[in-house]
Write a protein that binds this ligand. Structure first.
Ligand SMILES: [Zn+2]
Length: 346
């Protein structure tokens, strides 16, 4: 039997203090395999104890990658086109075009998490944008089509480089594989940095491609209320794909160690932290035909429950305890040390 604690160094703060072990089941694809996670008692970061060697096999689901956008089903493509286009349009100036209004209506019932962060005013028309961990580049594709001239993506798990008819390019690889002369105003890791084994290295590589006054946007799960409530059933652990899940303290330390300063933290969690985690508690995986993400009709019947949990999520976000956050990093101009955390997360 495994010891209940580990002294492995924290992947973010390096602390070797004893960490509790948790056994988490793979539920996105419904494989049922078990993985051990540790929680750092210093910075609070949750992290996988050892990364499996065969990670490709955990990226086979259609919720991750297909060969290109055109291989998606017609209904999914239409819903996504409506929701992305409306959200991007809100950056470039709203118009009473029926297409965008329909997109807004669809999004109000079926929000698209990957695009929702655009509402926080962190991206502006004309920004040169790099999306790290872009997948097949769905968000970028619609940005490019709607007048963002200089956007591109990089992703380790796409089958090959992708070149779209509208000029969008997705490079298969890591951020360090991009030519050093590239310059970006915004480099975003939209639910991708937690999939990277060495986030400090990835951020340092991003920093080399960042314009002087540019910013890095890191959006990822955070280990607060939903983690404490649902523990191993909290769906955002997403074992084994998420290698580490920070607290604000962890992100501040990571940013500092990569030459950045954490300038803003915007919690943007949703009802999913309750609804999907409760499904996991009841043994319903994401891949299950009964799951919320698979059964749109059932999710509409649950509307009162969704609205209730959406209010709770909003409250958690306001209190800084939501289960995901948008972190804005800028190049460090001071040499102050990260604030030492007096909190005990164990
Ligand atoms: Zn730590």
């Amino acid at each position: 039997m495994e010891a209940p604690q580990s002294n492995k160094a924290c992947v973010i703060c390096g602390s070797e203090a004893a960490k509790k072990r948790f056994v988490v089941t793979e539920r996105q694809l419904g494989l049922g395999e078990k993985f051990t996670y540790l929680q750092c008692s210093k910075c609070g970061c949750l992290q996988i104890e050892s990364i499996p060697k065969d990670m490709e096999k955990y990226y086979q689901g259609d919720s991750y990658y297909s060969m290109s956008l055109s291989s998606r089903g017609n209904l999914v493509r239409l819903l996504n086109a409506l929701r992305y286009s409306h959200r991007i349009r809100s950056l470039t100036g709203w118009s009473w075009n029926p297409y965008y209004m329909l997109g807004a209506m669809v999004e109000s019932v079926l929000p698209l998490d990957k695009a929702l962060f655009l509402k926080f005013g962190l991206i502006h028309k004309g920004d040169r944008i790099l999306d790290v961990g872009s997948g097949v580049g769905e968000l970028l594709y619609y940005m490019k089509s709607q007048g963002f001239p200089d956007v591109q993506g990089v992703d380790l798990y796409v089958p090959d480089d992708i070149e779209y008819p509208n000029g969008l390019r997705i490079t298969k690889g890591e951020v360090s594989d991009l030519p050093p002369e590239s310059q970006f105003d915004v480099i975003m890791f939209n639910h991708s940095l937690e999939h990277v084994a060495d986030p400090r290295k990835a951020l340092i590589s991003a920093g080399r491609l960042l314009a002087d006054d540019g910013k890095v946007i890191v959006r990822l799960p955070t280990a607060y209320y939903a983690w404490k409530t649902y523990r191993e059933n909290w769906f955002q652990i997403d074992a084994p794909r998420h290698y580490w899940i920070p607290t604000v303290d962890s992100m501040r330390i990571l940013a500092h160690n990569a030459g950045f300063e954490l300038v803003e933290s915007i919690f943007d969690s949703s009802y999913a932290q309750f609804i999907v985690s409760q499904q996991y508690e009841n043994g319903v995986s994401m891949a299950d035909g009964r799951s919320f993400s698979r059964n749109v009709i059932k999710s509409l019947a649950d509307l009162p429950r969704i609205l209730h949990y959406q209010r709770l999520a909003k409250q958690l976000n306001a209190e800084g305890r939501g289960d995901q956050c948008i972190f804005v990093l800028q190049r460090s101009i001071t040499s102050t040390l990260p604030s030492a955390s007096g909190m005990n997360y164990s």
